[in-house]
Structure formats: structure tokens, C-alpha cells
Design a protein around this ligand. Sequence first.
Ligand SMILES: *Cc1c(COP(=O)(O)O)cnc(C)c1O
Length: 391
Amino acid sequence: MTAAEPYKGVAGVMKIPFNRPHLTGAESGYMATALSRGLLEGDGPFTKRASALLRRMLGASEALLTTSCSHALDMTGLLLDLRPGDEVIMPSFTFPSTANAYALRGAVPVFVDCRPDTLNIDERLVEEAITERTKAIVVVHYAGVACEMDAIGRLAERYGLVVVEDNAHGLGGSYRGRPLGSFGVLATQSFHATKNAHCGEGGALIVNDPELVAAAEIIREKGTNRTQYYRGEVDKYHWVDLGSSYLPSELLAAFLTAQLERFDDIQARRQEVWHAYHARLAEWAAETGVRRPAVPEGCLQPAHLYFLLLPEAEARRAFIAHLREQGIQATPHYRPLHSAPAGTRYGRTSGCPVTDLVADQVVRLPLYSGLSDEDVDAVVDAITSFAPSLV
Ligand SMILES: *Cc1c(COP(=O)(O)O)cnc(C)c1O
């Protein structure tokens, strides 16, 4: 591979961009192997290798590679067999894909507010959002810090609801010793270039209920039982249910295999950077009233994001501009879904005041394995020379 060109994000060339996708060095060799085999469609040897790695990481019944986390979420919408008017509870503070998956099936996303500390769905507000139309609770472990899965699991059991984890941030994180992605009947992973392990664009559907594996395979293969046919379990394949084409090419699976095999190395450096920010910004944060991420007891976070909460929108704007002047790209995050144009059209809510507040406060710092110690120094110095009270 050639030497890295400066990464040109939306903000142009930055000395320290928000993200630089990790490369292990093994990707091009694995992709060359896939090319030389001449088998480039999905479900070849690299797809099986990457799936096995994911199954082992999560203890899952099955891990089906997909073309994106959004597509894996769409598959959960099909698997839950939702009817128009059914309701799915989810946080407002998430990516639109979490809601699209269910709105596409005619179901109603019911947006619940987030906790002010972790920015995760507030488990204390879930019960009042449940109606007789509710079918599922979708959780998003923001920054890979777990939602309160004990409380959410108890509610799901009491009301007979399915739990789905949008675990796009959470690979490598855990809650009370159990990996994130292993709590839902279904969970989804993202391997987009901004995630810890990636293949440019990619994802996975994690199936934790063995009884759903066959149906998931059919949905992923255009609604056919072709996966069974390839295994020699049937002598021809048919259109048996609704589905689409959700499996990635072997080339992407080869890239992803290289990343997953070296996931511990990726995580080691990301954790160093995360902990350096956390320790070195503590004093400045206390003095300025800026909040750092909270990681409750029992949660191991996977260094997916390092965020700060500025006092309000104007302070955040000034903070981002201050860093940009020094060539450092910091970025806001989600706009609330409950008040977004499509959110008001397709969803319902009884209000999400905490989400409204934090959406204007969150700013994410550069966090990737390629950050040098000097880069971290530069980010910390730039931040600690900023005082929000002076705005
Ligand atoms: C990144 C992300 C997605 C979308 O992932 P893609 O792989 O880009 O489709 C969905 N949900 C959350 C919470 C994400 O962070």
C-alpha cells in the first residue's frame, strides 16, 4: 500500500482529523488471496473466517456478515415480522438507521429520552412507553458504554418484548462480564470506516437465538433458501420469504478478516488514547464545568468514542472553531430523531428534553489507532487552552 495521503474529511485537510481508518497491513494480502481464488461473491472462505471470529468474540449462535449495520438493522425489522402500527421503543439519540429499519416495515418508532450521564436510553422511562402494540426494545450502547441491560431485560421479560441491540459502537465492550452484542435476541454490528474494526462499508447481524438462524439466512439471500442449498441440505432453492441481498463480497470479507484477527492491537492503542484524554482533561473539565464521559460500574467501554459535553451550543461552536484553528477536527454527533423531519412523520414520543439538551453539547475528539503521542499532546494542549466561560 502507498503512504497515506492526508485524509480529506468534510472539514477539508486537517493536521489531526477526527478519524483515520485503521489499516493492519494484512488487508491487501488477504484481498489478493481472495482475488486469486476467483471467488468474489459472498459466503466464501473469508466470509466464513470473519463470521467465526465474530461468533467467538460474542458467543453467538450465528454472525452473518452484511453490507452494513443499517442493512443488519433492516434484517431485524423483517425478522421481527412487524405489522403496520406495531411499536418499537428506541432512543432518540441515535443514528437514523436504528429507526428506518422499523419505519420501513410500517412500524412506529417510539422515541425515549436518554440518561444525562451515559446518553443511553433511560431505562427508567421505558416502561411508560410500552403499549399493547409494543413489540421490541432497541438499545444503542452509546460510545460502547452499556445500557442498563438488567433493568431492560426484566422489562422485556415482563411484557413479552424482544430486545435488539444496535451494537454499532459496542464491539469489544461488556456489561457485567458479558460482551455487548450478546444480550439481544438479535444484535447488529457496523464495520463502517469510522468504527473500531472496519472494511470501509460493512456490518453483521448477530443471532443469539438458534431458532432465528434459518430465517435470517433466508432474508439475507434475497428471500431464498440458497444458503441451505449451498450446504447441500436441499437439492434446489426457491423464493421462500421476503428478503434482499445483504451479503458482502469476499473482497470486503477478506479486508474485515484482517481487521478482526488484529482487533486486540487496534483496541490497545485506542484505549491508550481514550485513557490519556480522560486523565489529562480531568482538571480542565472540573474547572470549566465541561463533562467527561461516565462509565458506570460493571461496564467496560471499547474506546469507540471520546466525547465531551460543553455547557451549551454556543460554547460547543466556539470550542470546535478553536480546535479547527489548530488543525484539529472535533465533531458534534446525532441530531435527535424525535424532532427530525422523518421522526415526526413516522415516530412518536412524549418528549426527550435531555436528548434535546445533550445533542447541543456533545463534541467528539479525534480517536483512532494512528494518533501519535505528539498528536494526543496537541489535542490536549488545544483543549486546555480553551475556557468555555470566556465565550
Ligand atoms: C454507524 C452506525 C450505524 C450505521 O452503520 P452503517 O454500517 O454505516 O450502516 C447505525 N447505528 C449506529 C448507532 C451507528 O453508530
